[in-house]
Design a protein around this ligand. Structure first.
Ligand code: HEM
Length: 132
């Protein structure tokens, strides 16, 4: 199981996801990218949210490794206009914040790893965004 991109991504995430600072830094960047996005999290329990995101990114990586869509479909539902109302154009900011955070935290990060991340997780992001 797995392909070259998902192996690279799995290892890159392994170098980052055990440190809380990765997720603190991600949300600093993501919320810093838009006042509207910051407002969405104003009542959020951020320590819990960081934990949930750790798992959510793992779901995107596992999807790239051929896991079923069930968990991502549930995220699509919670983020849709019936849920948090996350507009499709915001997912670009989310991916930009993720790649910037990976660049800062993965000591082996380079452009090839960035491209592997994009190719691996874009289909899963598209699934969540497409449920809007
Ligand atoms: C909640 C993952 C994109 C805003 C969550 C949760 C996860 C998650 C795992 C908690 C489970 C749930 O409530 O369903 C992801 C992933 C994304 C993504 C993997 C990328 C594809 C976004 C974007 C925004 C956003 C682009 C905003 C622009 C929120 C909000 C919550 C949330 C507001 C609820 C926070 C609360 O409970 O107060 N997300 N998310 N997410 N997400 Fe996302």
């Amino acid at each position: 199981m797995g392909n070259a991109d998902s192996d690279i991504v799995f290892q890159s995430y392994g170098r980052c996801c055990n440190r809380e600072s990765f997720f603190i830094d991600f949300y600093d960047r993501f919320m810093g990218s838009s006042e509207e996005i910051r407002a969405l999290f104003k009542d959020t329990d951020m320590p819990a949210q960081r934990h949930l995101l750790r798992n959510g990114i793992m779901q995107l990586v596992l999807h790239a490794r051929g896991m079923p869509d069930t968990k991502l479909q549930a995220l699509g539902c919670s983020h849709s206009r019936k849920g948090y109302g996350i507009r499709p154009e915001w997912y670009g900011l989310w991916l930009d914040a993720l790649l910037a955070t990976l660049r800062a935290h993965d000591p082996q990060f380079d452009d090839a790893i960035a491209q592997a991340w994009r190719r691996a997780i874009e289909p899963g992001i598209e699934l969540i965004r497409g449920a809007y």
